[in-house]
Design a protein around this ligand. Structure first.
Ligand code: SF4
Ligand code: SF4
Length: 385
């Protein structure tokens, strides 16, 4: 959107990029040696993959989401970031679904042990939503703070450049406003873009979030940002915030859930839940893994780590049986951890309101509905798990 008859001076810490400027930004990151990853259209969904330029972005597509449903749809314009979030989150790259921890091979009388080297190419993520910035910050706390640092996450996270995009569209299952995590990126990025698109033009208001971001922007053609650009971005974000598809009242949620551990709603949701674990796979903060050993007929063996889910019966298996044998106990464990005991453990909620678990639940179970029902029909029950 070219601003005509501008009278105001450029705003500090901000600049304006054209589509060509965005292409130059992606090329500058690749030139600096980053592996550039961003949204692409594939398999009827918007997924994260390696990109070389703006031609790889899902221009002119949006997503329509509700409980248990997701479809992509043509937009009336050519917006490059005109959708909410898809099934992928950035944990796919920072905390991959499966990693090999070591491999052993037998050769006559000797055994050699090998492990995959950690990646040495740093990531540059393009199009990170505010909810996902908060999810990355949560996983940083889980994997990098405290006495035990996860070296695999650390190797992938260190040096990663983040180009955020503020949300111009709220998804049908989004509730970041309720969780205080969006729709505007407030920290954790190197550069944050707001896509401004109307009949007069198509530009990106860029906000600098770090010295590294400033250095990259200094390499590419930018125009000054004027107060009119900032006002247009503020207006867009206010509209997105007002159009959240879902809402969750979070006051006293810790005591609400832990004070209702025997609520009949847990039986109700257990009657619908398939314990498939989809919600945990798509959740950008869920981090549980299991370690497994495999061997082959040639004498080789491998130890690997893969995502696991608290929805499987095996996940809580201890000697003699599983601790959480029912769908009721597994759903209750997931939701009370996510929204209540996560606060005790990590100092924040484990939910960023991205809505993925609602969209990708095959039976459309909605975490906001579950909380609402318990809040509206509280029962006195023992606070024991
Ligand atoms: S809540 Fe939905 S996605 Fe999660 S385990 Fe149950 S059926 Fe699967
Ligand atoms: S619990 Fe659901 S809404 Fe919350 S962060 Fe995870 S996937 Fe997103």
């Amino acid at each position: 959107m070219p601003i005509e008859n501008t009278t105001a001076p450029p705003s500090g810490g901000k600049a304006v990029l054209t589509r060509g400027g965005l292409q130059a930004l992606i090329e500058a990151l690749a030139r600096r040696g980053y592996r550039v990853v961003g949204p692409t259209l594939r398999d009827q969904a918007i997924l994260f993959d390696d990109i070389e330029g703006i031609a790889d972005l899902p221009a002119g597509w949006t997503d329509v989401q509700d409980g248990g449903t997701y479809r992509i749809q043509r937009r009336a314009d050519d917006a490059l970031f005109g959708y909410a979030v898809g099934p992928h989150s950035w944990k796919k790259f920072l905390h991959p679904p499966r990693i090999s921890l070591w491999r052993a091979a037998k050769d006559r009388d000797s055994v050699t042990i090998d492990n995959d080297p950690e990646p040495t190419t740093a990531f540059a993520f393009i199009g990170v939503r505010s909810c996902d910035l908060h999810a990355i910050a949560i996983q940083d706390r889980v994997f990098l703070s405290g006495p035990y640092v996860d070296p695999h996450y650390q190797a992938r996270r260190e040096g990663a450049v983040i180009v955020a995009t503020n949300c111009g569209e709220a998804g049908g299952t989004c509730f970041c406003v309720s969780m205080g995590t969006g729709p505007k990126a407030d920290s954790g990025f190197d550069i944050a873009l707001t896509e401004l698109l109307d009949e007069t033009g198509h530009v990106f208001l860029a906000e600098i979030g770090s010295e590294r971001g400033r250095g990259v922007l200094a390499e590419i053609p930018c125009d000054p940002a004027y107060h009119e650009h900032v006002a247009a971005a503020d207006q867009l974000l206010a509209r997105t915030a007002a159009n959240m598809g879902r809402h969750m009242q979070t006051d006293d949620i810790h005591s609400l859930l832990l004070g209702n551990l025997e609520h009949p709603r847990w039986d109700d949701v257990a009657g619908r839940c398939l314990t498939c674990g989809n919600c945990t796979m798509v959740c950008p903060t869920c981090f549980c893994t299991s370690v497994e050993d495999t061997s082959d007929l040639a004498g080789g063996a491998e130890r690997s780590r893969r995502w696991d889910s608290c929805f499987t019966e095996d996940f809580s298996y201890l000697h003699g049986g599983s601790v959480r044998q029912t769908a009721r106990s597994r759903y209750r464990q997931w939701m009370t951890h996510k929204l209540a005991t996560w606060i005790d453990q990590f100092g924040s909620s484990g939910c960023v309101g991205c809505g993925r678990c609602i969209t990708w639940c095959p039976v459309g179970i909605d975490i906001t509905e579950e909380v609402r029902d318990i809040r509206e029909h509280p029962t006195a029950s023992e606070a024991t798990i």
